[in-house]
Design a protein around this ligand. Sequence first.
Ligand SMILES: Cc1ncc(COP(=O)(O)O)c(C=O)c1O
Length: 405
Amino acid sequence: MSISLIGRSIGESVTLKLNQTYAILRAKGEPVIHLGGGEPKSKAPIDAITAIASHLNSGEVRYAPVDGSIDMKKAIIRYTRAHYGRMVEPENVIASSGAKQAIMVALQAILDPQDEVVFPAPYWVSYTEMVKLCGAVPVPVIPEDGTFTPRMSDITQNVTSYTKAIIINSPNNPSGAVYPASFIKEIVEYCEQKGIYLIMDDIYHLLTYNGKKPANPFDYVKDFSDNSKLIIINGVSKAYAMTGFRIGWAVANTKLIYVMANIQGHQTSGPSILLQKAAIGAINGVQSSIESLRTTLENNRKVMIQQIKAFDGLHLIEPDGTFYAFVDFSAYEKDSTKLSNFLLEKVRVLAMPGVEFGMEGYLRLSYCGSIKDIIEGIERIKWAIDPNSPNELYIGERKLVRDWN
Ligand SMILES: Cc1ncc(COP(=O)(O)O)c(C=O)c1O
């Protein structure tokens, strides 16, 4: 079988694969706890549901404009004004099938083979593969000071004449770090001055805690004309708990949006009109579900931090946003894939291996599930890896016996 070079270079999505494993184990009735999840458990806003239902009831579900319906664009403009204080034009926005597709078409619009894309580690698993899909080269950068917060020097040291874009994701998946405003200011100014595209993946920007707020790149951008290199990514997946609706978007200069729309037009066409209706309903509707989700997550976060802190040997830089904690398990096991497999096999807890996010020795633990799962999941992990644990553990009726050290 002949497979393309690019096809061969793309790894499977370990996060999606582990989600499938979870679904299979669940279906078999296994008492598995998912601490690897990437989606809130709350329901989609009622305004999203009524909007999609009424369009569905019309029975007329047609093709949507390639770059999003007029009402979808208006909703994105409204969102941008509400959350960034910036009024943009319909030609500055494109709606895509998820933030994932918005990032992908942006990369396809700007990258040539061999171009380089710099982004801080730890990073969202898809950045490396998306860049490779364009025939370009991902350049992940581990902050030198051992934190999850990059400094400008970490980035600039890795910029070469091949660097076409920098991706910044704050709040960050998987670390939960919210990068300081001083860093965002510097990076916006640096990219503007150097003519490097800056992709701000802001998909978690409404989910922050302890009064932390992510910086607004529009506060620092001097030029948002057609020379602008700023691309802002957002969507309804996380803050509106609408992951399955697959609506995301990009805000950028009109020339780039035009090219992105051309690319999207030959890939998938516009996102489903039904799903756009739902997203419009959510953005234009009552916004209280966001705050209620945020406070639930803030509470879950507290519980997860307490559980982790009570566990000797683990190291955690507390997350200020998202719904993930990126925990250093290297005192127990340096190989995160081995540890993740071990925990799933022995105590039926699913945690994402840090190596997939560019840092070995860590596990990403999600706190978007129930408090009960967070507490029990971490207790099971502790039982499995702490050599001083008692020999037996009960999961419901099932007795587990340690047959390892
Ligand atoms: C950092 C980051 N960006 C983008 C996405 C994609 O979001 P969407 O569901 O809108 O495609 C995710 C989803 O997990 C993410 O974590």
